[in-house]
Ligand binder design. Sequence first.
Ligand code: ZN
Length: 185
Amino acid sequence: MRIIISCMDRRLNRYLDQWNDGNTVFVRNAGSNVGSLRDTLKLLKGADEIVVLPHTDCGAMGVVHKALSGEKMPDVLNPLITPFLNLRGKGREELERENLEVQLRSLRSLVNAKVRGEIIHTEKLGVPPSAENVALVTAPSKRKYSEFLHDVDRTFVIQVEGGDSEIDVYIAKEFLKVKEVKYLK
Ligand SMILES: [Zn+2]
C-alpha cells in the first residue's frame, strides 16, 4: 500500500486525483504535518511507500512563520510549530521548502516504509481564489476528490484518524476562515 501525505488545502484536490491509482491512501492535514499524526500512525506503519506532498503558498506555513516571528500561538498548534523552532529568521517561502525535509525526517524516524516527496507549486494549478470555503473532516481513504466532494475547488479536506483533526480544524476556522466544518463518517 502507498500512502500520500499532503496538505488539506482545497487547491490541491484535483491535482491529488492525478496520484490516485486506486491503491493509494490519502492522508491530509494542515501543512502535511507528520507531527500531529498520532492516531493515524498505525496506518502509516502499514505502508510500503509514503509520498509527502507539501505545497507553496501554504496557510499552515504562514502560521509557523508568524509563530517564529514572535506571535503568540495557542498550545494546540505546538505539533505543527515545534519542528521548525531551529529555523527562526527564515522567510515564509524558505520555510515552505524546508517543510518537505522536516516532514521526511519525522517520517524516517517513525516508519520503515520507503519515504520520498516533492513540493507542489500551487500557483501552477490554476485554481481560482475563493473566500467562501468549507472544511470536510473524514478518514484517510482511496476515494477520488472529484467524485465525492460536493464542491471540489472550495473544500479543505482533513483526512486523519481520531483526534488528529483537532489542530487542523482549529487552523481552518481561525486562520483560513472557512465558513463551515463538516464531518463525513
Ligand atoms: Zn497548505
